[in-house]
Design a protein around this ligand. Structure first.
Ligand code: FAD
Length: 197
């Protein structure tokens, strides 16, 4: 799988069955109700076999944001399917010109149009980018806010929506089994209820 750069779907499904995926997600949303340290122990054991396989646990990327800030309806719809293997998620923050400095992500923006937000821009190096069902996406919504880290909002975007495209990044130096992608958003319409905050 490392050589072929393919995501190990069968191992992911089996890991869900054993409760290894999203052990830190609350039980009411099908998780294990444990903590991040428990998740780290599980990841360490998977990574002992192969770092790309260890990254199976990252099918929950972005769950942390939903647990902390998501509405009950968002958690029910987008969080609950993940630990049981009914959905894969991810989080898209990094942009071609901004990584470590998250508040420097300025190219991706969302503009309000009635009850929807219109999302445009691109993201880089997104784990699960070509296999995810939905992604948490960071975009500028208030470019004039005085403090840089108050200019952005987080949205839940379903990858089947019009205007979304993902391109697999091939040839990483390692972790071939983990999917990494470049994303583009061209006038993607997001309903108001999919804004996390
Ligand atoms: C396999 C893989 C998967 C990834 N998955 C995701 C994902 O799912 N979602 C997502 O949004 N992003 C993802 N990323 C992107 C990752 O988060 C960024 O690569 C990371 O934030 C670093 O950003 P950068 O690559 O732009 O490097 P830069 O921010 O440009 O950093 C380059 C170098 O400068 C150093 N540096 C930067 N700022 C400072 C500072 N202030 N002081 C001292 N040193 C500094 C860094 O340590 C680094 O060595 C992934 C990347 C990889 C490689």
């Amino acid at each position: 799988m490392d050589k072929e750069q393919t995501f190990p779907k069968d191992i992911w499904k089996k890991a869900c069955k054993f409760g290894f995926i999203g052990c830190y997600i609350p039980e009411e949303y099908n998780g294990g109700g444990l903590g991040f340290l428990d998740n780290a122990f599980i990841m360490e054991e998977f990574t002992r076999a192969d770092p790309g396989i260890g990254f199976i646990l990252s099918v929950t990327l972005g769950a942390e944001v939903l647990i902390e800030y998501g509405s009950d309806a968002q958690k029910e719809k987008y969080l609950a399917p993940v630990p049981i293997g009914d959905a894969i998620m991810g989080i898209a923050i990094t942009e071609p010109n901004a990584g470590s400095d998250v508040s420097g992500c300025t190219t991706m923006h969302a503009e309000k149009d009635g009850d929807t937000w219109i999302l445009n821009g691109s993201k880089m190096f997104v784990t699960n980018g070509t296999i995810a069902d939905h992604l948490l996406v960071l975009a500028v919504t208030d470019p004039d806010a005085e403090r840089r880290h108050r200019r952005q909002s987080m949205f839940i975007v379903e990858t089947g929506w019009d205007g979304f495209e993902s391109t697999k990044i091939k040839g990483k130096a390692g972790m071939g089994a983990s999917d990494t992608a470049e994303l583009s958003f061209n006038n993607v319409e997001i309903p108001e209820e999919n804004m996390v905050g």
